[in-house]
Design a protein around this ligand. Structure first.
Ligand code: HEM
Length: 113
């Protein structure tokens, strides 16, 4: 149950940024392991064939959306830190989320073709 004092866009944006950052950190070792399979041609071919599975594609899409959300949210945080104060923080959160959703949509279209 979320505390009422935390139930505002700034808190949800913070939570999304932290969770997406942690998910990206967890993905990195798996990514390095996948790169390592390229040392053996047959193992790499097997790995690439596995990535064609729809569940893997869905995971890939989720990862791209998390990266996009972390990128746009991170850009928003850097604006907050380095630009003069603006009262339009909720608008910037909405723009960051919208851009991340756009990235996700474009990537999903690419997966479908
Ligand atoms: C794509 C470009 C990226 C941008 C613009 C970006 C931006 C940022 C910013 C500004 C912060 C500080 C947040 C704060 O002040 O509280 C941050 C935190 C963090 N980032 Fe990124 N980041 C990017 C990519 C990544 C990647 C690829 C990873 C993981 C491999 C990552 C993992 C994290 C983690 C774990 C945190 C700490 C989150 C927290 O303490 O709440 N970031 N990022």
């Amino acid at each position: 149950m979320i505390r009422p004092s935390r139930n505002h866009p700034g808190y949800w944006a913070f939570l999304l940024h932290r969770l997406s950052g942690l998910a990206l950190v967890l993905f990195l070792p798996a990514h390095f392991w996948a790169l390592g399979t390229a040392l053996n041609e047959a193992e790499f071919a097997g790995f690439i064939a596995w990535t064609a599975h729809p569940l893997v594609k869905a995971g890939e899409w989720g990862l791209v959306v998390l990266l996009a959300a972390h990128l746009t949210g991170g850009a928003r945080l850097l604006m907050l830190e380095f630009l003069p104060w603006s009262g339009a923080q909720n608008t910037r959160i909405a723009v960051a989320l919208g851009l991340a959703a756009l990235f996700g949509g474009v990537f999903a279209l690419g997966l479908a073709t």
